[in-house]
Ligand binder design. Structure first.
Ligand SMILES: Nc1ncnc2c1ncn2[C@@H]1O[C@H](COP(=O)(O)OP(=O)(O)OP(=O)(O)O)[C@@H](O)[C@H]1O
Length: 392
């Protein structure tokens, strides 16, 4: 029997209304909640993860499935309808109405996402990070430590967005310049001044990206140190050439060094030698990695068991939420897809206890409502059935 855990702190950031239109399996759906955690239960294929995915579109990026925008549109929806997610979000600065969806004004092949904040269109998605911080754990992330570095970089960057919304802009400027430079080098076009301008952008935003990740990892490590309870202690490090430079030289010197290395590496980066994950150059923050070790086992995360890897991820996500609550007075939204089912009763109670103590609005899914009994009346419960959301 799980005990109803610890006191409920006042949540600071919470979705209180969510409306989906032509989104995945939903023709239309509306869900009203309060700031407590949200539990969604129902059979396989009912539409639980799709609701979490809808919430994930309240932050910049491609959502928790990294879907192409066209895939998100309900199969069988009226031609040209386009999908949309609208939400009322309570924030420490007051309520915000966020609307987002695929841009249907072009030829229907657009991968551009439109964003409206309080009814006003905003350029790009970066503005979302100024209002909503969110982190997710999905079953697909069970392989985060064993797959390529890009997933771990994305995971880390999402944590950084929560503290530093400008990180999203820096990252997209860096990636844009990186792609442009690769294209010019590959095509054998591009004069010196053009390439230098792109490399200058890469040096300034790239070093800022690396510095923000280093700073995040060091603060997150401290939050991991303070963890109590049954989740494993994680040791974190971010590895990469620029990160190494930043360990013993100021940012301006690192920028100069990166600019020089880029200018010297044009011939190599234009050839096949730079192929591989991230492409377009052998050094820079597109090559960095988040390295995680299980302290108790004294082992790198990638050789830990699947269950241990999941527990490490939960430990990191909770440490991040505690850190945000302490530093910003505002924990992030937590989207925890099928997390409870994989935990034993002790860890499940510890997870619920932490969520409530931090005051985060966590969105939790599972097939069995009994798994969530430990939350007592401290959560909003919904039953999801055949693409319909019903109060439990
Ligand atoms: N673009 C789409 N149009 C219509 N239906 C879709 C679309 N994309 C996904 N679906 C369907 O949505 C349904 C619900 O998926 P979802 O992942 O939300 O289920 P779930 O309740 O989380 O299930 P599980 O417990 O198995 O994880 C699936 O049957 C899926 O085929």
């Amino acid at each position: 029997m799980e005990n109803s855990p610890v006191k409920v702190a006042a949540p600071k950031l919470a979705v209180t209304r969510l409306t989906l239109t032509q989104f995945r399996c939903y023709d239309g759906a509306r869900l009203n909640t309060d700031a407590r955690p949200v539990v969604l239960t129902g059979p396989n294929g009912a539409g639980k993860t799709n609701l979490l995915e809808a919430v994930s579109f309240l932050s910049p990026g491609r959502g928790l499935r990294r879907a192409r925008l066209a895939e998100v549109e309900r199969i069988g929806s009226p031609a040209g309808a386009g999908w949309a997610v609208a939400a009322r979000v309570e924030t420490p600065l007051g309520p915000v109405d966020i609307g987002t969806g695929r841009d249907m004004t072009t030829d229907g092949t657009s991968e551009r996402r439109l964003v409206r904040i309080d009814g006003h269109p905003v350029r790009g998605q970066v503005a979302l990070a100024e209002h909503v911080a969110l982190t997710w754990l999905t079953p697909q992330m069970d392989r985060l430590f064993v797959e390529g570095t890009s997933g771990r970089r994305r995971f880390l960057d999402r944590l950084v967005f929560g503290f530093d919304p400008a990180h999203a802009g820096r990252l997209s400027r860096y990636e844009h310049a990186l792609r442009e430079r690769s294209r010019l080098l590959r095509d054998g076009r591009g004069d010196d001044a053009w390439l230098s301008a792109l490399e200058d952008e890469m040096a300034t935003s790239g070093v800022a990206v690396a510095a923000a990740r280093r700073d995040m990892v060091s603060r997150l490590q401290q939050a991991c140190e303070q963890a109590t309870g049954p989740f494993p202690r994680a040791d974190l490090a971010v590895s990469g050439t620029v990160e190494d430079w930043l360990a013993d030289q100021p940012a301006l010197a690192a920028e100069d060094a990166l600019r020089r290395r880029l200018a010297d590496g044009r011939r190599f980066d234009g050839g096949s030698g730079s192929a591989g994950e991230g492409g377009g150059g052998t050094i820079g923050p597109h090559r960095s990695d988040l390295e995680v070790r299980h302290r108790g086992k004294d082992m790198p995360a990638e050789v830990c068991s699947t269950g241990e890897q999941k527990a490490l991820l939960i430990a990191i996500v909770l440490a991040n939420a505690r850190l945000m609550a302490a530093e910003r007075g505002q924990p992030p939204l937590l989207l925890l897809d099928e997390v409870a089912a994989h935990l034993d009763a002790e860890r499940r109670a510890a997870l619920f206890g932490e969520i409530l103590a931090i005051g985060a609005q966590a969105w939790l899914t599972g097939t069995d409502v009994g798994m969530f009994a430990g939350l007592g009346d401290a959560a909003n419960f919904f039953r999801v059935e055949d693409a319909h959301v019903l109060p439990a």
